[in-house]
Design a protein around this ligand. Structure first.
Ligand code: SF4
Ligand code: SF4
Length: 412
């Protein structure tokens, strides 16, 4: 509770503390710096952070797999919020590194520092082996929400499943914007960065504070309904080699663990599901095999149709629009003519960006169509379970369920 009060006071004071000074107002003649997508520096500090991240993930792994206790997870969360969050300012972060990796994969001229790549890769490897031990308390964004959570109001399965599509959209758009060099959306719209840095964009800080206030009553809203990296990790966690178990003994179906889980990752027994006839099963498979390609094609076409509008957010395309309109007086136009002044080159570069947007939008849209189709299909599926089971894609390895299970207590 003390953690919670301290964090909320800090975040609220952050909203009022920022933007005390107006932005610099450059006189005409100022030359804009050339935009680049330099990755964070590969300095000793980054390597130390990487070592700390691995150490914290190892502690969580030991706590949730070997000892089956939550206290070390809380300790790790506090360290993470303090070190990676308030001291490190939330950068380098594994969540944002997705964009560096996507850009490096598509642009041979962009080199991603090894340390940034490892920030992206190591949580995935840990997740593939042990489940989402990174999300547990090592990620400062998840840890902050974890520390303020005091109550878990459960949302309906339909709502959580539908809201769960949002991180995939965020991921697709973040990758699309990264590989077209139109911006790193995940970093630009990080709602907790301003809180950690005690200043920044007032709208984003307000969103961060609202998310934290929601986190008090609904477990980890950002992790479940926004985080693109969490969506990626959920894929690996689903098939992880060592999966977290609620109890080391026989489940007695008491429902206590499900009430404790902040992310609704515990599925109740479901023995009464109606058995489907063979014909109904065949009809269902035919329906799914029609829906899936149709949704993929529909998603690809939908995204392709808005690619031109999306491209307008690219700085080259936006600048070309200004120059093509004959503007020579605005600050942007003055900066452009002061820098290169080659309108034809600018037009070619803008056309190339728009073509990139059109091309990659097809993949992003197809991917989103696939995700939406799978989500709809999953809503219609009911699996039979005799005991409470963890949905490992959603489980963030927080360890709360251990303490609530009476069978675990017996064991201790
Ligand atoms: S879901 Fe995202 S924000 Fe939440 S803990 Fe995992 S990586 Fe961090
Ligand atoms: S360890 Fe997983 S299943 Fe257990 S309470 Fe935490 S998120 Fe839920």
């Amino acid at each position: 509770m003390r953690n919670f009060i301290a964090i909320i006071s800090l975040t609220i004071s952050t909203v009022f503390a920022q933007n005390r000074f107006p932005k610099p107002d450059f006189e005409s003649g100022y030359q804009y710096p050339t935009e680049n997508y330099a990755a964070p520096a590969e300095d000793i500090h980054s390597w130390v952070n990487l070592a700390i991240m691995v150490l914290l993930m190892s502690v969580v792994t030991w706590a949730v797999h070997k000892k089956r206790v939550r206290t070390p997870v809380i300790a790790v969360s506090l360290v993470s919020v303090l070190w990676f969050g308030f001291i490190g300012g939330g950068c380098i972060c594994s969540v944002g590194a997705v964009q560096n990796v996507a850009l490096a994969l598509t642009d041979s001229g962009y080199t991603i520092p090894l340390v940034v790549f490892l920030f992206f890769l190591l949580p995935i490897i840990f997740t593939l082996i042990f489940g989402r031990v990174f999300c547990s308390g090592v990620c400062p964004l998840g840890a902050l929400q974890e520390l303020v959570n005091v109550k878990n109001y459960r949302l309906s399965r339909a709502i959580t499943t539908l809201l769960g599509i949002i991180p995939w959209f965020y991921l697709a758009f973040a990758v699309l914007f990264a590989i077209t060099e139109s911006g790193f959306l995940i970093c630009r719209f990080d709602p907790f960065a301003g809180i950690f840095r005690l200043g920044g964009d007032v709208v984003l800080i307000t969103i961060g504070v609202i998310l934290l206030l929601i986190s008090i009553f609904v477990g980890r809203p950002f992790c479940r309904f926004l985080c693109p990296y969490g969506a990626l990790l959920s894929l690996f966690s689903r098939v992880s080699f060592f999966q977290i178990k609620i109890t080391g003994k026989e489940c007695i179906n008491c429902d206590l663990c499900r009430n404790a889980c902040p992310v609704d990752a515990i599925l109740p027994p479901n023995e009464n599901c109606v058995k489907e006839s063979r014909m109904a099963g065949i009809r269902r498979i035919i329906l799914y095999s029609t829906i899936l390609p149709a949704m993929i094609a529909g998603g690809a076409l939908a995204m392709h149709s808005i690619a031109g509008s999306l491209a307008k957010s690219n700085k080259t395309v936006a600048m070309n629009k200004i120059i093509a309109a004959g503007d020579t007086e605005s600050v942007d136009a003055v900066a452009f003519y002061g820098r290169t002044g080659e309108a034809r080159q600018l037009q070619e570069a803008a056309d190339e960006k728009i073509a990139q947007f059109r091309f990659y939008s097809l993949f992003a849209g197809g991917f989103l169509g696939f995700v939406v189709a799978l989500t709809l299909i999953s809503l219609s599926l009911k699996r039979s379970r005799t005991h409470y089971q963890i949905n490992h894609a959603d489980c963030v390895a927080c360890g709360r369920c251990f303490g609530y299970c009476p069978q675990n207590k017996k064991r201790g």
